[in-house]
Write a protein that binds this ligand. Structure first.
Ligand SMILES: *[C@@H]1O[C@H](CO)[C@@H](O)[C@H](O)[C@H]1NC(C)=O
Ligand SMILES: *[C@@H]1O[C@H](CO)[C@@H](O)[C@H](O)[C@H]1NC(C)=O
Ligand SMILES: *[C@@H]1O[C@H](CO)[C@@H](O)[C@H](O)[C@H]1NC(C)=O
Ligand SMILES: *[C@@H]1O[C@H](CO)[C@@H](O)[C@H](O)[C@H]1NC(C)=O
Ligand SMILES: *[C@@H]1O[C@H](CO)[C@@H](O)[C@H](O)[C@H]1NC(C)=O
Length: 290
């Protein structure tokens, strides 16, 4: 009898760990955690019913067509910190329920035409994180056309890198009504002009700029004017004069905002800060950490 129990236990263990992933059931949701396993590919032998799959911290470099096809109930897919530099157009074919996709810290060219095709199949997407993919080896100074997001009507959160000359006028943002949060990191902007973000959706209530290391020489007061509903502004490690950063608040005077965070605003050249009058009513949280 103990032998049988042992056999059953080892069978269960075998089933659960054959692919070395940790399978966690939570109510009717099953998630496979396959992080830090030196994987080069999507593991085989996972339960097909999983709704979550975490492949972060592996060595995946290519995602081939239909790689996730059998996981038709997947709602959450995370592939942060891999080496993904090649992704086939139909890599995410069949993921009709995918709501959350995170691929930060890879080597994807998010402005390539193939990436447009990749996104096409993910029409239920609510949260897309493709930050820290563009690095300096790409020629970031030439204008780069961002993907088309106009068909992603459920999108609420979009996190991505911003290049020196971003072109957003072909991204279909005017068609999106649910998007409320944009995070930019890394950020290669050299200027924050009145027209830089003019094609971004006016529904944005939270905007983040993280890791803008190239010094930003031109700063115009209406940079954030497209976002008349803005509640939260967060700038962290941005190469700006603090005075210039404060000037960006100009479009929100006499408006209701909840949080403004300037952290590690570190200009290349120091100049004295002169705060005249910030007239933002109902501000509950302002935090300036040099
Ligand atoms: C996906 O979920 C549906 C509804 O819960 C279920 O009928 C179907 O068998 C599931 N598919 C897989 C591959 O597990
Ligand atoms: C930069 O990206 C390219 C491809 O996009 C990649 O081959 C290279 O390894 C990356 N370099 C660094 C330092 O991440
Ligand atoms: C967006 O949807 C329209 C209508 O379904 C389709 O014709 C078009 O090809 C789609 N574009 C992209 C880039 O997904
Ligand atoms: C989009 O912006 C680019 C660069 O700013 C410009 O050259 C182009 O004419 C614009 N296209 C449309 C359709 O507005
Ligand atoms: C940008 O907007 C500010 C505030 O409305 C205005 O003073 C400035 O002249 C504008 N800059 C340009 C280049 O249009």
């Amino acid at each position: 009898m103990p032998t049988l129990v042992y056999l059953i236990i080892s069978l269960i263990n075998f089933n659960t760990f054959a692919h070395k992933c940790r399978i966690v059931r939570h109510g009717d949701q099953t998630t496979a955690y396959c992080t830090r396993l030196k994987l080069n590919d999507v593991p085989t032998g996972l339960p097909l019913s999983i709704s979550g799959l975490d492949l972060s911290y592996n060595q995946i470099s290519i995602i081939k067509n239909n790689a996730f096809e059998s996981f038709s109930n997947l709602t959450t897919l995370t592939m942060d910190f891999n080496n993904i530099d090649t992704i086939d157009g139909y890599a995410f074919q069949g993921l009709k329920k995918l709501r959350w996709l995170s691929m930060k810290h890879n080597h994807l060219n998010i402005c390539s035409t193939i990436f447009d095709i990749v996104l096409k199949t993910l029409l239920r997407l609510q949260h897309l994180d493709i930050r820290y993919n563009i690095n300096k080896t790409l020629d970031i100074s030439k204008p780069m056309v961002y993907p088309y997001f106009g068909n992603h009507s459920f999108l609420t959160d979009l996190y991505m890198d911003i290049v020196q000359n971003p072109v957003f006028n072909l991204s279909g943002f005017e068609k999106l009504s649910n998007i409320n949060t944009i995070k930019f990191a890394k950020c290669y902007l050299k200027q924050m002009s009145n027209v830089t973000l003019i094609d971004l959706p006016s529904t944005i209530t939270s905007i983040y700029f993280h890791d803008c290391f190239g010094s930003i020489s031109i700063v115009e007061a209406d940079f954030l004017k497209p976002f008349q509903l803005l509640q939260k502004l967060n700038m962290d490690r941005v190469a700006l004069q603090l005075g210039d950063a404060l000037q960006l608040l100009y479009p929100f005077k006499n408006k209701r905002m909840t949080s403004i965070i300037f952290k590690d605003i570190r200009p290349q050249v120091q100049k004295p800060v002169f705060i005249s009058r910030i007239m933002i009513n109902y501000l509950t949280h302002i935090c300036v950490k040099p």
